[in-house]
Design a protein around this ligand. Structure first.
Ligand code: NCD
Length: 310
């Protein structure tokens, strides 16, 4: 693996190798001193052109747990304000010694462009409404650690699928690992064309809720126009929100997931978000290990770890 840009082309073997490695890093993070040396001497740069709480901090924590140094770029205080391009920003960070770059950008495809410009591994930390592969990896890890496998599980992804890079990445990863995925959303929040998506779709949550093993909720992406796709918020909440009443209809053993940030009272009732069947904080916790697995795999793939340990 040279870069990690999308889950669309990840085969089952690669995904399982990354998940196995993540399990090992979960064990490292549980130690009294949660740190190992393989990325010593390397620098991971995070280039986040869009807001982020979890993803950026999680990558930085992962890099540090592998003993890498971290360089962090944010547009608010940078020369972007002076018109500097994505290309010059990436080349500048590379020239300062970035060995791995994590890129989040509002433009679809931006991390692929960066990967053409720099000679180091690039991780897609989220490009527009397109892909967010490490989220899919941590989601698959959370599900696999809870259920033991994804094979045969029924996973429903509910909400603004059209504008969600999380949904796009999850659908491919979950189905490659053997789960049956159903997208649940109003027609206007489903992708225009579902050709090639390895899943089915419905507009009726109540029709399918009882057969789900995992209900994965998404925020309405208001910044990408999501809220213009339905008549009113109360109407959206009543049809697609996981209320207490709907939560009570879930099968025994079914779990609730959400990538964050959650809008409590919209896609998820506060009591549901706080219930012990919501795995939201497990997702966050396991995200660090999943990102360690990605950084480690990319560094070894390019021979970077061998160089520093030699
Ligand atoms: C998501 C994102 O930024 O794509 N959050 C995340 O990375 N955990 C989802 C969102 O913003 O709704």
């Amino acid at each position: 693996m040279k870069n990690l840009l999308t889950t669309e082309d990840l085969g089952r073997e690669t995904l399982e190798r990354l998940l196995d490695l993540s399990d090992e890093f979960v064990e490292v993070l549980d130690r009294e001193i949660p740190k190992v040396p393989p990325l010593r001497g390397l620098t991971v740069a995070t280039l986040f052109f869009e807001p982020s709480t979890r993803t950026r901090i999680s990558f930085e924590r992962a890099a540090k747990a592998l003993s890498a140094d971290v360089m962090s770029f944010s547009p608010g205080t940078s020369s972007l304000k002076k018109g500097e391009s994505l290309k010059d920003t990436a080349l500048t960070l590379r020239a300062m010694g970035a060995d791995i770059m994590v890129v989040r950008h509002r433009a679809v495809g931006a991390p692929w462009r960066v990967a053409e410009w720099v000679d180091v591994p690039v991780v897609n930390g989220g490009d527009g409404a397109h892909q967010h592969p490490t989220q899919a990896l941590l989601d698959a890890l959370t599900i696999r650690r809870h259920f033991g496998k994804l094979d045969g599980l029924e996973i429903g992804i509910v909400g603004d699928i059209r504008h969600s890079r999380v949904a796009r990445s999850d659908v491919y990863a979950f189905s490659t690992l053997g789960a049956k995925v159903t997208l649940i959303a109003p027609r206007t929040l489903l992708p225009r064309d579902l050709d090639g998506w390895p899943c089915t779709a419905t507009g009726d949550l109540d029709d399918v809720i009882e057969r789900l093993d995992v209900i994965y909720l998404l925020r309405v992406q208001t910044e990408r126009g999501g809220a213009t796709a339905f008549p009113s918020w109360p109407e959206y909440v009543s049809r697609f929100g996981l209320s207490r009443e709907r939560f009570a209809r879930l099968a025994d053993g079914a779990v609730v997931m959400h990538p964050g940030p959650m809008n409590r009272g919209v896609e998820i009732a506060p009591e549901v978000a706080d219930s012990d069947r919501a795995l939201v904080l497990d997702q966050v916790r396991l995200g660090v290990a999943a990102r360690m697995a990605v950084l480690f795999t990319l560094a070894t793939g390019r021979g970077l770890t061998r160089e520093v340990t030699a």
